[in-house]
Ligand binder design. Structure first.
Ligand code: TEU
Ligand code: CA
Length: 548
C-alpha cells in the first residue's frame, strides 16, 4: 500500500443514509453524504456489501458478486458514487465475501440440482451414522452442516445455513473470485476488505477433525497464505489498500499476512482486544472489561508488528461490534470525554485507523427493551439459545443490550428530526432516544464536539509523520488503568497518555514532557504545568498527546 498515513471510514450501507424514503440506506444516500465524509479528512471509504442478497445476514450472503441489490440502487448509482468520491480525492474499498455465497447464488442453485461441477464449488460430504459428517457448531450458534435430502449429502456453512462455504481447493472457484476483483477494479474501486478471509483454506482431511466450533478448525488453514498471495498477485491489487478480516487469528500469521514481502495484504483486522469483556471467552457471558489484558494485547500486537514489519488496521468499532463509548467509555457524565479519549488512543497508534459510521459522533448502543426490536440473525439465535440454557428473558435481553451487532446498525444520526435525518420514511431499525443530542447537525455547531475532535485526530496523521511512520513503545505509567505509549521517528517523540478509568488516576511518567508541545488533549487545563511534577493526576478519561 503506497502510504501509511491513510484513514478509513466504514459505512454500513443499510443504516447510513436513505435517499428514497423506504427506510433503508442506499447508494444515492451515500453519494449525498460524500462531502461530509470528505470533511472528516479520511482517504478511503469501506462500504459493506450492497450486492443482490436475500439479506438473511444483511448482505453478507451474496447471490451475485458483480451486481447491485435493487434495494440499494442500480449499477449506474454505484458508478456515480465511485466517480464522485474519486472527484473528492477519496477511494472506495468494496467488501468481498469470499468464504461463502448465499444459497440464492446461481452456483449453489446448480449444486442443489446435483450438478457435480457446481457441487465442487462448495463443501458437500456424506453423513455419518445418519447425522452430519462432523459435530461442528457455526458462528451463529446453529450446527455447521446442513442436510440436503435430494442429494443425501450435507454442506458446510460456518455461518448461517443460507451461507454455504465455498471450496477454495477448486481452481474454478478461485478464478471466478479473481474475476470479481477484476470487475470492481475496472469500475474504479481503489481497495478491498475481505470478509473472514482466514477461514477459506479448510483442513486437508476434514474427516480427521473433532467436534466443536467449525471456525476453530478452519482459521489460518494450511494453504491460506498461498491462496491470498495468488488472489492478490493475479489481480494486480498488491499496491492497493487491502484489509483481511481475520477471525481468531494469531500475531504470527498477521505479521505474515501484512508484511510487504509476503505480497498478501496491506493490513489485517484482528479481534483479540474486543474479547476482553467476554467471560471465559464467551461473547454471550458478560463481564467487566479486563483493562490489564486490553493494554497487554495492544502492547504485544503494536510492538511486535512494529519490530517485525507487519501492519495493523486499528479500530474499536464496526458493524459487528457494540459501540465503543458504551463498551469501554461512559454514556453519562463523561460521555464526550471518554469518546475523545478512546479516539485519541486508536488514532495515534501505529497502523491504519478505521472510523465506523457514528463513532465520530459518540453514538451509543441501541438500548432495546424487547426482542422484537432486534434484527440481527446472530442476536436472535443467541437470544433463543440463552433462554434454552435457562437464562431469564430479562437477563437474555441484558446480554443482547450489551453484545448485539444491532447496537452498531442503528441508523446514522444526522439530525434531531424524526427519522434522525437518516430517512423520511420508517427506519428499518429503531434509534436510541439520544439522537436528539447526538447527531451531526448538533455537533457541527459545537467546536468542542466529538465530531470536531475526530477531525483533528485525522489531520494529525497527515501533519506529523511520526504518527504514520514512527516506531512504538508502550510506557509503564505505574497504573494499570492508564495506557501510555511513545511514538518515535528520528529525534522526535510523541507521548500519548489515555486514562481508561472514570476516576482520577495518578501516573508516573519517566520523561519530562513539560517542555513539549501539546498536539491534542481532551480538556485537562494547564496540562504542561501539571506535567512539571513527576507524578501527574489525570482527570477521569483524560487523554493527551505531547510532542518533544
Ligand atoms: O464477521 C465475522 C464474524 O465472526 C462476525 O460474526 C463477528 O466477528 C462476530 O459476530 C462477533 O461476535 C464477518 C462479517 O463482518 C459479519 O457481518 C458476517 O455476519 C460474517 O462475517 C459472515 O459473513
Ligand atoms: Ca432507500
Amino acid at each position: 500500500m503506497e502510504n501509511k498515513n491513510s484513514v478509513v471510514y466504514q459505512i454500513y450501507v443499510k443504516s447510513f443514509c436513505d435517499s428514497n424514503g423506504d427506510g433503508i440506506g442506499d447508494l444515492n444516500g451515500i453519494r449525498s453524504k460524500l462531502p461530509y465524509i470528505k470533511s472528516l479528512g479520511v482517504d478511503y471509504i469501506w462500504v459493506t456489501p450492497f450486492y443482490p442478497s436475500p439479506m438473511f445476514d444483511n448482505g453478507y450472503d451474496v447471490a451475485d458478486y458483480c451486481a447491485v441489490n435493487p434495494m440499494f440502487g442500480t449499477m449506474a448509482d454505484c458508478e456515480a458514487m465511485i466517480a464522485e468520491a474519486d472527484a473528492l480525492g477519496m477511494g472506495f474499498m468494496f467488501d468481498m465475501v469470499f468464504n461463502h455465497t448465499s444459497w440464492n447464488h446461481e452456483w449453489f442453485k446448480k449444486a442443489l440440482t446435483g450438478d457435480p461441477e457446481y457441487m465442487d464449488y462448495y463443501i458437500f460430504r456424506d453423513g455419518v451414522n445418519g447425522g452430519p459428517p462432523l459435530d461442528w457448531t457455526a458462528s451463529f450458534g446453529t450446527p455447521a452442516w446442513e442436510y440436503v435430502p435430494a442429494l443425501d449429502k450435507w454442506y458446510l456453512h460456518l455461518f448461517d445455513k443460507s451461507q454455504p462455504d465455498l471450496n477454495w481447493e477448486n481452481p474454478k472457484v478461485r478464478e471466478a473470485l479473481k474475476n470479481v476483483i477484476r470487475f470492481w477494479k475496472g469500475k474504479g474501486v481503489k481497495g478491498f476488505r475481505f470478509d473472514v478471509l482466514n477461514l477459506i483454506s479448510k483442513p486437508a482431511r476434514l474427516e480427521d477433525c473433532g467436534p466443536g466450533s467449525g471456525t476453530s478448525y478452519c482459521k489460518d488453514g494450511h494453504r491460506i497464505h498461498e491462496f491470498i498471495r495468488e488472489m492478490v498477485t493475479e489481480t494486480g491489487i498488491e499496491n492497493m489498500i487491502t484489509v483481511g478480516e481475520m477471525a481468531s487469528t494469531t500475531l504470527e500469521n498477521c505479521v505474515k499476512y501484512s508484511h510487504p514481502e509476503s505480497r498478501e495484504l496491506a493490513m489485517c483486522f484482528n479481534f483479540h482486544h474486543l474479547k476482553v469483556d467476554y467471560k471465559n471467552g464467551d461473547k454471550w457471558a458478560l463481564m467487566e472489561p479486563d483493562l490489564a489484558r486490553l493494554r497487554q494485547l495492544f502492547q504485544e500486537w503494536q510492538e511486535t508488528m512494529s519490530q517485525r514489519g507487519g501492519w495493523c488496521a486499528v479500530f474499536w468499532c464496526n458493524h459487528d461490534q457494540p459501540r465503543v463509548v458504551s463498551r469501554f467509555g461512559d454514556e453519562g457524565a463523561y460521555w464526550k470525554q471518554s469518546a475523545k479519549m478512546l479516539g485519541t488512543f486508536i488514532h495515534l497508534l501505529r497502523g491504519t485507523p478505521y472510523i465506523y459510521q457514528g463513532e465520530e459522533l459518540g453514538m451509543t448502543n441501541a438500548h432495546y427493551t424487547s426482542i422484537e426490536q432486534y434484527n440481527d440473525v446472530e442476536s436472535v439465535n443467541y437470544y433463543k439459545i440463552l433462554l434454552e440454557r435457562g437464562v431469564s428473558e430479562a437477563d437474555a435481553l441484558e446480554v443482547l443490550r450489551q453484545r448485539s451487532r444491532d447496537n452498531a446498525r442503528t441508523p446514522m444520526q444526522w439530525s434531531a428530526k424524526p427519522g434522525v435525518g437518516f430517512t423520511d420514511g420508517k427506519p428499518w431499525l429503531e434509534s436510541p432516544d439520544n439522537y436528539q443530542s447526538i447527531n451531526v447537525e448538533a455537533e457541527e455547531q459545537d467546536p468542542d464536539s466529538i465530531l470536531n475532535y475526530y477531525r483533528k485526530l485525522a489531520k494529525l496523521r497527515k501533519d506529523y509523520p511520526v504518527i504514520a511512520d514512527g516506531g512504538i513503545r508502550f510506557l509503564d505509567a505505574g497504573n494499570g488503568k492508564v495506557f501510555a505509549y511513545e511514538r518515535s521517528l528520528g529525534g522526535q517523540r510523541l507521548t500519548v497518555v489515555c486514562n481508561f478509568s472514570g476516576d482520577a488516576e495518578t501516573v508516573a511518567l519517566d520523561s519530562d514532557l513539560s517542555a513539549g508541545r501539546v498536539l491534542i488533549s481532551n480538556g485537562g487545563e494547564n496540562l504542561l504545568d501539571r506535567l512539571a511534577s513527576s507524578r501527574l493526576t489525570l482527570n477521569p478519561f483524560e487523554a493527551f498527546a505531547i510532542l518533544t
